[in-house]
Design a protein around this ligand. Sequence first.
Ligand SMILES: [Fe+2]
Length: 384
Amino acid sequence: MPFYHKLGKIPHKRHTIFKKPDGSLYYEELFGTIGFDGMSSNLYHEQRPTQVKEIGKRKDVAPKIAEANNIQSYRFRGFEVPPISDYLESRKTVLTNSDCSIILAAPKASTENYFYKNADADEMIFIHKGTGKLRTQFGNLNFKYGDYLIIPRGTIYKLNFKTEDNRFFIVESRRPIYTPKRYRNHFGQLLEHSPFCERDIRRPEELETHNEKGEFLIKIKKQDQLFDMLYATHPFDVVGYDGYNYPYAFSIHDFEPITGRIHQPPPVHQTFETDAFVVCSFCPRLYDYHPESIPAPYNHSNIDSDEVLYYVDGDFMSRNDIEAGHISLHPAGIPHGPHPGAAERSIGKTETEELAVMVDTFKPLKVTEEAMKIADGDYFKSWL
Ligand SMILES: [Fe+2]
């Protein structure tokens, strides 16, 4: 996150002697990105964070592709993805390209016997259902319905759930995830026209420091392999850190919609950006107030991006027969638009309760075998 955060105890100067009460040293780790050019944090550990004991089995978790060259619009019924106890087992990749993967997950049980680290990608986890706690070496973040959790690659984490009823919409991004540049000034401060501000960004608190030796399993995802790495020290042994690279939370309910006299284009809903895709939040808002405005969107050709909409809650005015948990995929190269009657139906409406998350990818998405299990194969004819 592009603003400074500090938690726990740190020495006055970087890269200087920092002593424990017994006179021995704490161990510093620079957690950085894009070589030494990107955001970084400096962490101070009780133990050296490098103590690998064993490299165990590996598992290939590369998504299995059903349609690599897709031109068909799809609807996927996301809530038909089955709940599974284990968090990693529950993650089902439905759409993917070389920049990102879109994943649905319905985990029932908290992560108990292992820690997880995604070394391939930043993760954006949107909480559709569930309440709990994200536990990391940077401290903990409580989450609930409507939260986006942004977890930078390399973060070691566990998830604790309050109940078994959890539903996540996840984007794994091989490109760093940022907030939109146009909403930040030269110094990184969020500007007055930004639809959210620093007060809406929740940073980690409640640093857990476990100074323990033993056997600690971290499942590390790298190059679509899940490696079992056994460490000799507890991964959450940080006494303090500071910097710019850490997980954070932002609630979709804190996004302040930008409205206008006539229909506003999707970029006004933009929440996150990468150089390979954008994420937009469609939130309850007042409709366009020109006396002759048509609140429903116009037909549009996304010539150079695939459009994925994940429907969260409320009434989806432009679509017939869309429910919470559904995903629509409108691929690049062909126009799409409101369903028959939706434009007419929208005239005179003053507000919407719709809540949805949109991901527009600049490279085409491949449709996976997991997606085909929950696909509506006739959706592409639904405009006839
Ligand atoms: Fe669209």
